[in-house]
Design a protein. Structure first.
Length: 87
């Protein structure tokens, strides 16, 4: 039963993480950050960090996988928002 639960977790992890990556790519290519809110990105980053810690404490591979990738992606968006805010 636990393996089915973890499979559902990996499917959810893949979909939610994959859905976020096009925004990172688009921002990287266009350097347009006008539609990105720095406070939202900061709260999202901290929330994902908390989910990653939770996943580590629960020893959940799907949570660790998804939130590790999303943490890096959200950090990149924060970086782009700061770097390109005047362009």
């Amino acid at each position: 039963m636990d393996s089915y639960i973890e499979i559902i977790g990996f499917v959810a992890a893949f979909l939610t993480t994959a859905a976020f990556l096009p925004q990172v790519y688009k921002t990287w290519k266009t350097k347009d950050v006008t539609g990105l809110s720095l406070p939202m990105l900061a709260m999202f980053f901290v929330g994902i960090l908390a989910w990653l810690v939770y996943g580590l404490l629960k020893d959940s591979p799907s949570l660790i996988f998804a939130n590790s990738i999303t943490l890096v992606s959200s950090f990149i968006l924060v970086y782009f928002k700061i770097k390109y805010h005047n362009k």
